[in-house]
Design a protein around this ligand. Structure first.
Ligand code: FES
Length: 107
């Protein structure tokens, strides 16, 4: 199923996440931006209960890949399809803006 992404995790802490699966038979793919996003989420305390984390990380990668500015309003719009039961949107937005900025400074 092209275009569908899911974040793979196990019972290990979320910081152990290192692969994203695309499609049904695509297998794991390491994305360099995932490391920057994970670091930013950890630094900003955006990795919380984990219910919303896979979707937030997938959205973060999409934001980084889009190459837009680290703009809070744009990021809020981009993650609007993800519901966080803990309402940690502020820390998630901060983390995604940091990941975007890190990607731009690395380029
Ligand atoms: S951190 Fe738990 S739902 Fe978002």
């Amino acid at each position: 199923m092209a275009g569908v992404a899911a974040v793979a995790a196990s019972a290990a802490p979320i910081t152990g996440l290192r692969a994203i699966y695309f499609g049904i038979s695509g297998g794991p793919v390491h994305l360099p931006a995932l490391d920057a996003a994970l670091e930013a989420f950890a630094a900003r305390n955006a990795l919380q209960c984990g219910f919303c984390t896979p979707g937030m990380l997938a959205s973060a990668l999409a934001c980084v890949a889009a190459g837009g500015p680290a703009d809070r309003t744009a990021v809020r719009n981009d993650i609007s399809g993800n519901c966080c039961r803990r309402t940690s949107y502020r820390s998630v937005v901060d983390a995604i803006c940091d990941a975007i900025a890190a990607e731009k400074s690395a380029a």
